[in-house]
Design a binder for this molecule. Structure first.
Ligand code: PHE
Ligand code: ZN
Length: 882
């Protein structure tokens, strides 16, 4: 165990800073071993501070301190004190300039936070607390300053020097050096600081804002990748236009820059005017990127751009308010994607993500409110709850207010808080005032953790012609929260008549019907809603569009789901009905596998598949969602306890094969019909056809008595783009055959020089359902295509094995657990953030059957008991075990 227990930081202890920083001037002389940083901070005591005599305490980590001056006077050694975390100046005047000279070591920085080297490129990552690894500072988001940054570097090796804001000066210096000076006029917290230096290529474009200002757009990449930036650039321009049209928000500097780097802990970072991206979310060419990659690039480019208003112009008061910028910005990027592509398909994708990542988090040992109340390591709180559930909370407000009033609320929010560090309360008050919406009860969503369950009973009274929905909400206990108050839950409902059409909806007390989908507000623990003039018995369509992040149980029978999956006018619920039907079926099949009972064949699902494939009017992208069975992890989650991963795999494979057999003709016809001849285009219409065709392929490949292997091998070798190549290879990777080995080798030979494509090669092998996968992962860990120092490689190989290969990670002998635990411990001293994230794979250990539960907890204990582990890993390990 660690000798010193790390201390938790608590929201209730928030206090305004004792000092403020108005202006920062940084001079950075780049050097791989010792980069020299000369910082001048114009500071004053904070009039709002509750401690007017407090000493000045600056944050700083892994810094070598060379000098401290106040107003030009060097401080004597007893006037200050520096330890591994802080620089304390015992007596500070009311207003002064603090100068420090420090050095840091970018080359040795494997944690990838602060200043580090990514494949020869100097770059920074300062969120959440990386700036303190660059210089001594008040590293907290409520300290906002205007930055001026001068970078000095070798001219030959590092010709491009970038920082936030506008370039004000650049030139040559003696000794082969040069410099650039940047000035960012917008006061910002240190976490939005960025600096980049390297031998970079770039592409350039421009954007004219709604008010007619011209903005230069530049995307910087490692030389040779310039031909992979076009899609990101177009996506950026679409995002800029969209934010003007939908939220009335314009860009505010003369230049907007994006830099793509290959070593990055997360997806991307919204530094003011200088976004830094994981290159996976910038670089795309039809032969190297899949449709899914293109979609992710569009969404993340937009997400980071949207932060300019929700995050940068209005930032967070403290890190507990993280959802203020992240939940809201995810909601904004989801809306953007919905407008650019298919809204129903985007909703389905988002709900899939919520259910697969956020629900397990909210129902497990790491559950925390969307606004957490304490943390040991803030980096552990960039979670699905803060991001995805945070976005759902914004979506619910949007649903309750309607788009027009929501926009009014957002206008008030921007007007009131522009240039400030705000809280969740500020946001809710602004929306509430602007939209004229009472959010008093709604606020509980931010402080209560756990996924509420809504139980619905529908009852038809033929004599009175009424239909009554009785709803009850409950929320199970979560860590630190035994009892929950009732939530305000918006639930959109429709009533589907026997003819498959929506009935007009008239609630008791209303004069006339008002629409065919109504949003009901469930605010009590139990509440009834009665509809009048219901002339025939309907089937209720509940939680249309998934208007709230809850689990819903209704008194519906299998035949009702079959009916809804054919008729529901709400596309989300039509898909949902197919998922409900097929997961019910799968759960009964899992039972049959375990007890040797009779296995069902899913005839109704196969019929639906045939009908959907024959329907020429249906959007192919949506059809692909309709025909895809719930994943093994989804079934495990629904079963919830004593999970038997082998039985789940066997049941799902059996159902897949029987659907393929029953619907073979329709699948074959669709597979032929959906082929696209001509050049690749990433646009949604083409991507949708490929998605459906590839979904057909994955069925046909397992159709009994067919030649699936030949089909998949042909699909792979004839593919004219990465999407189809990957689709073929994915199918082959889980079939033990000669074609599998050949295709993997060919793919490697073709793409071994391309690090991003190699990540796909690693991932596909890590996700294979074949019994030898663990051994292959072990071999690949030693392969030149892998290095533990690159987070994308870690996620591709180890991350996918641990989180996307339920069957093999949970092997009964515990070898999968041991392997991942070993890697967590190996990675922790190098990169604790990524190590802690990997350890998240252990969070559902209590749901497994007894043997695996024991094996998993043993690994968790081994990790928690290891001397010297990071705060990041310590927090996840101990909370998971608690
Ligand atoms: N703020 C980034 C985003 O969501 C995520 C991030 C967090 C990146 C921490 C790096 C470090 O857009
Ligand atoms: Zn974000």
């Amino acid at each position: 165990m660690r000798t010193e227990e790390p201390r938790a930081v608590r929201l209730q202890d928030y206090a305004p800073p004792a000092f403020l920083i108005d202006e920062v001037t940084l001079e950075v002389e780049l050097d791989p071993a010792a980069t020299r940083v000369h910082a001048r901070l114009k500071m004053r005591r904070n009039p709002d501070s509750k401690t007017p005599k407090a000493p000045l305490v600056l944050d700083g980590q892994k810094l070598v301190l060379h000098e401290v001056r106040i107003d030009g006077e060097t401080l004597s050694a007893n006037a200050y004190q520096a330890d591994g975390e802080h620089l304390t100046i015992h007596e500070a005047p009311d207003a002064f300039t603090l100068e420090t000279v420090t050095t840091c070591g970018p080359e040795a920085n494997t944690a990838l936070t602060g200043l580090y080297l990514s494949n020869g490129i100097y770059c920074t990552q300062c969120e959440a607390q990386g700036f303190r690894r660059i210089t001594y500072y008040l590293d907290r988001p409520d300290v906002m300053a205007v930055f001026r940054t001068r970078i000095v570097a070798d001219e030959k090796a590092l010709p491009v020097l970038l920082s936030n804001g506008n370039l004000v000066k650049s030139g040559r210096l003696k000794g082969g050096k040069h410099f650039a000076e940047w000035h960012d006029p917008f006061p910002k917290p240190a976490y939005l600081f960025a600096l980049v230096a390297g031998d970079l290529g770039h592409v350039e474009d421009k954007f004219v804002t709604a008010s007619g200002r011209e903005v230069t757009l530049r995307i910087f990449v490692e030389r040779g990748n310039e031909d992979r930036c076009a899609y990101a650039m177009e996506a950026l321009k679409r995002a800029m236009r969209w934010d003007e049209e939908v939220f009335g928000r314009e860009y505010d500097l003369d230049i907007f820059m994006i830099v793509a780097v290959s070593a990055f802990n997360m997806g991307a970072m919204e530094n003011k005017g200088l976004n830094i991206f994981n290159d996976k979310y910038v670089l795309a060419r039809p032969d190297t990127a899949t449709d899914a990659d293109y979609a992710a690039i569009e969404a993340i480019i937009a997400h980071e751009y949207f932060h300019n208003w929700t995050g940068n112009r209005i930032t967070c008061r403290d890190w507990f308010q993280l959802c203020l910028k992240e939940g809201l910005t995810v909601f904004r990027d989801q809306e953007f994607t919905s407008d650019m592509r298919s809204r129903p398909v985007k909703r389905i994708a988002d709900v899939r993500l919520l259910r697969s990542h956020q629900f397990p988090e909210d129902q497990g040992p790491l559950a925390h409110p969307v606004r957490p109340e304490s943390y040991i390591e803030i980096n552990n709180f960039y979670t699905a709850t803060v991001y995805e559930k945070g976005a759902e909370l914004c979506r619910m407000i949007h649903t309750l207010a309607g788009p027009k009033r929501f926009r009014k609320g957002m206008d008030v929010y921007f007007e009131r808080h522009d240039g400030h560090a705000a809280t969740v309360e500020d946001f809710l008050d602004a929306i509430s005032d602007g939209a004229g919406l009472d959010l008093a009860q709604f606020r509980r969503w931010y402080s209560q953790s756990g996924t509420p369950e809504v139980l619905v009973t529908g009852r038809y009274d033929a004599a009175r012609e009424t239909y009554t929905l009785k709803m009850t909400q409950v929320c199970a206990a979560t860590p630190g929260q035994a009892i929950k108050d009732a939530y305000h839950i918006p639930i959109a409902v429709g009533l589907v008549g026997p003819d498959g059409k929506d009935m007009p909806l008239q609630l008791e007390g209303e004069e006339k019907p008002g629409g065919r989908t109504r949003v009901l507000s469930l605010t009590e623990r139990t509440q009834s809603f009665r509809f009048r003039n219901v002339t025939e018995k309907p089937v209720p369509s509940l939680l249309r569009g998934f208007t709230a992040p809850v689990t819903l149980t209704a008194n519906l029978k299998e035949r009702d789901w079959v009916f809804l999956m054919a008729h529901d006018s709400d596309p989300f619920n039509r898909w949902e009905a197919a998922q409900r039907y097929s997961s019910g079926l799968l759960i009964s099949m899992v039972e049959a596998v375990r007890t040797g009972g009779r296995r069902r064949r899913g005839v109704a699902f196969a019929e639906m598949v045939s009908n959907v494939l024959a329907d020429k009017k249906i959007d192919p992208d949506f059809a692909a969602q309709m025909i895809t069975l719930p994943g093994e992890q989804t079934i495990a989650q629904l079963i919830g306890k004593d999970v038997d991963v082998d039985a789940i795999h066997e049941a799902r494979e059996a159902l897949r094969a029987s659907v393929a057999e029953e619907a073979r003709d329709a699948l074959t016809r669709a597979y032929e019909r959906l082929r696209i001849d001509g050049p690749y285009s990433p646009e949604a219409a083409h991507a949708g056809r490929r998605a459906l065709r590839n979904a057909c392929l994955s069925y046909l490949a397992v159709a009994p008595g067919g030649d699936g292997v030949t089909l998949a091998a042909r699909h792979f070798s004839e593919a004219g783009n990465m999407t189809n190549q990957i689709a073929g290879l994915t199918v082959l990777a889980s079939i033990d055959c000669r074609e599998r080995v050949e295709a993997l080798d060919r793919f490697y030979g073709q793409w071994k020089g391309d690090h991003l494509v190699m990540d796909k090669w690693l991932a596909i092998q890590a996700m294979s359902s074949l019994p030898g996968t663990l051994g292959e992962v072990q071999r690949l860990l030693e392969h030149p295509a892998f290095t533990i120092r690159n987070p994308n490689k870690v996620r591709a190989l180890i991350g996918n094995f641990a989180t996307a290969n339920q069957l093999r990670f949970h092997a009964a002998d515990g070898a999968g657990y041991a392997l991942v635990a070993d890697k967590v411990l190996e990675l922790d001293p190098l990169n604790p953030q990524v190590a802690a994230r990997l350890l998240g794979a252990f969070k559902s250990w209590r749901q497994l059957e007894a043997g695996r539960r024991k094996l998993m907890s043993r690994q968790l204990q081994r990790i928690a008991g290891t001397e010297g582990i990071s705060r990041d890993v310590f927090e996840i390990a101990t909370k998971t075990l608690a």
